[in-house]
Design a protein around this ligand. Structure first.
Ligand code: NAD
Length: 482
């Protein structure tokens, strides 16, 4: 489908996300012809920018991400951009926005189609949704809304936000974005699982010992301490990205590849999510906070962080399902700031089987999501010229030329919003399950705080707190990525 007619409104048009991700992604979609003659983008923020100034910003954003680019194309593209100075908390400003959208709709023959993108601090999402509704900003064509993370900070606030949004938008028109679902290797999980007998036939509780998901960041909270204090690693990374990855790893095979079937298969799994008891949380979950070094601040010394903060910058834990191919198999996760290196990866650890050679290494299937993209399977073989067993990797890697073709996650997901494909977005019923689980853990940690049990401290630029090595079901389990 090409040349989709639409007026897109970006709330937060002067922000970091719009500049670094949305504008370059939209340009690529323009170059592909998905949006071409009949689209306009309105960037909004409080500052008194002009259309011209926004166009310069968009042009800069494209030049920063594209080495070789036709200046004519860039100029033609940015001519579709318009700026509206708009305070999202001021009701009257929505009327001016509505009028501009209508004017551009007529000028570009956009057929009454609207996409609203909330690229702003999450505390504004509810306000924007409310005023889209009470100021009647939706139009006569399709009306879709893209909501950035985080969607709420617990189940109650997520429910409230959802009500505010569903006042104007049907569930099928709400695109709750999780940019991990736009990543190449995350999108590779289902094809890997369901097209290879070699993998599919061992992807079950008879053969899988455990699954491990690590989303490790090298950086600390930097200037985002204020936001992070309201969030923490559990809400920032587990509630969305880690849960979505785990859902893809554990869901049953969908009947087909439609968005409906994929969400159904996910839901079937999530309905069987095991809610841990307080004792299980104490045993299988760890929260940590990074300390300082000679050259870096500890978390509590970061700007806008409370001196006695109990916010976790590291979280590890265990998730289990009662249904699906890996029912009952422990799925461990870890995420946090100031790890040794930035790496996002999944390790599927297969059970040992008895064999006449005695000790052999476990077979693992590893999917590296970031920064390199790679899948490898560790297998055993014969040592050359002796009788021992050696371990080797079967590698699935990408050529440089292939890597260059991999679209950014935001480009993929924006494409999907334009073509109305919600496969790689979070459905409300999925989100509800995620929040129920997260609320339970947050509640247990809150009780710990009251009892004087605080997050464990960990040294920066290693693999998080040592306590996270003790969360396993059995003594024979350990982190594969170490
Ligand atoms: P940002 O602070 O850079 O931008 C916020 C925007 O909101 C700016 O344009 C600012 O002018 C505008 N704004 C603030 N108050 C306003 C008001 N009252 N009325 C109108 N406009 C107002 O934030 P960001 O980094 O672009 O993040 C935006 C959203 O995207 C957040 O929900 C964030 O969690 C999410 N996100 C960002 C990134 C990223 O790489 N930046 C990645 C993933 C998700």
């Amino acid at each position: 489908m090409n040349n989709i007619p639409v007026v897109m409104i970006i709330f937060g048009g002067s922000g970091d996300l719009a500049h670094r991700k949305l504008y370059p992604a939209l340009f690529n979609l323009y170059e592909q012809g998905l949006i071409r003659d009949n689209f306009a983008v309105i960037g909004t923020a409080r500052r008194p920018w002009t259309h011209e100034y926004l166009r310069e910003q968009v042009s800069d954003a494209i030049h920063e991400t594209h080495k070789e680019v036709s200046e004519n194309d860039v100029q033609a593209f940015v001519s579709h951009f318009y700026y509206q100075s708009h305070d999202v908390t001021n009701v009257e400003h929505y009327q001016a926005l509505k009028e501009l959208a209508q004017e551009l709709d007529d000028r570009y023959s956009a057929q009454g189609n609207r996409i609203f993108y909330m690229a702003m601090a999450p505390r504004f999402f509810g306000t924007i949704a409310t005023h889209i509704n009470d100021q009647h900003l939706t139009s006569t064509g399709f009306n879709r809304i893209v909501v950035e993370k985080p969607f709420g900070r617990d189940l109650a606030s997520a429910e409230k936000l959802n009500q505010q949004i569903t006042a104007s938008f049907a569930e099928d028109d709400i695109f709750r974005i999780d940019h991990y679902l736009g990543k190449e290797m995350v999108q590779n999980i289902l094809p890997l699982r369901f097209t290879n007998p070699l993998i599919k036939n061992v992807w079950n509780s008879d053969n899988v010992k455990n699954i491990q998901v690590t989303l490790a960041e090298r950086l600390g909270v930097e200037a985002r301490g204020g936001y992070y204090e309201t969030s923490g690693a559990l809400r920032d990374m587990v509630q969305n990205h880690i849960f979505q990855i785990i859902t893809l790893l554990a869901m049953p095979q969908p009947t087909d590849l439609t968005a409906k079937s994929i969400h159904q298969a996910k839901q079937e799994l999530l309905d069987s999510l095991v809610m841990p008891t307080k004792e299980e949380i104490d045993q299988h979950f760890v929260r940590g906070q990074y300390l300082g070094s000679d050259t870096t601040f500890g978390y509590k010394q970061e700007p806008n962080v409370a001196e006695d903060s109990t916010t976790e910058t590291f979280a590890a834990g265990q998730i289990k399902f009662q249904k699906g191919p890996v029912a009952g198999v422990p799925i461990y996760f870890r995420t946090g700031k100031e790890f040794r290196e930035k790496e996002s990866r999944i390790d599927i650890v297969l059970k040992h089987m008895s064999n006449p050679y005695g000790q052999a290494h476990s077979n693992n299937i590893t999917i590296v999501i970031d920064p390199q993209m790679e899948i490898y399977i560790t297998i055993n073989g014969k040592k050359i010229s002796t009788s021992g067993i050696r371990r080797e990797n079967l590698d699935y890697t990408f050529a440089k030329s292939e890597l260059a073709q991999v679209p950014d996650g935001y480009e993929r997901l924006l494409h999907d919003v334009f073509v109305n494909d919600s496969t790689n977005f979070t459905h409300w019923s999925e989100l509800k399950n995620y929040w129920k689980f997260i609320d339970l853990i947050e509640d247990a940690w809150h009780q710990d705080n009251q009892a004087g049990k605080k997050p464990v401290e960990y040294l920066p630029y290693r693999m998080g707190p040592k306590a996270a090595d003790q969360i396993f079901d059995s003594a024979t389990e350990h982190w594969i990525y170490d």
